[in-house]
Design a protein. Sequence first.
Length: 252
Amino acid sequence: MTSAWMGAEAADGFPHKAFEAAYYDAVVRTPGIYSADLQAGVDITEVKTQITTALHAVVYRHRRARETALELTDLVNLPGEERLSDWHFTTQTRLFEFFVSLHSTFESSFYGLYFAAPRLDRQRFTFADDPERYQRVTGKSTTEAFQAAWPSDVLARAMSDLRSDSFYERLGKVRNRLAHRIAPGFEHRITLSAGVGATSGGSRTGGQECESYELAWLGEPLATMVPSTLAQAEEKLGALWSAAATFFASRQ
């Protein structure tokens, strides 16, 4: 596949086959694909640059989200006696990076898909004609443009379904909360229970209290919340790009 250079940099869990197929059909395939744009005087190089750089961002943001999820899980599971003095700072920073990168994966997807569409319907995707309006390309404006141009198409439905999904809505709210307002306020849960205790040699003795500890945020332990959030996001990202691959293949 022509865009395998993107897939080579992608992390596990990334929908690289659907992603590369969509990119190939939307940007690479058929030399004369932009003939109508050329006749209209559109700067094709700039349009393709916006698509390609946005899709690079999709790969990189997802990869960073996955890497951060692994780093964060390791930090959370680290025994208390092995934690360095900046453990809280590092943990909170990784949580920030995780949610911002994960949300940006979807925002970059919407941005790239918007710029891939004008060659099919120039009148619905006018933001691509003016660099001063690029900032108006959002998940909302992209979805609305696709719904207006192809209301019953699989990609328009996939975009609409994603944006109305409670998971995606929560992801955006958490990202905004972390990026614009506060550092995460972790809950430190320590539970004492009757059980076994450890001797100096590491063996266990009965009748003593055991202490269990977990770090939580938004009412959910990070040890389970982070991998669960990543898995759900990857499932929804895969659905979006599978729809995109189907859409652009049908327009060739």
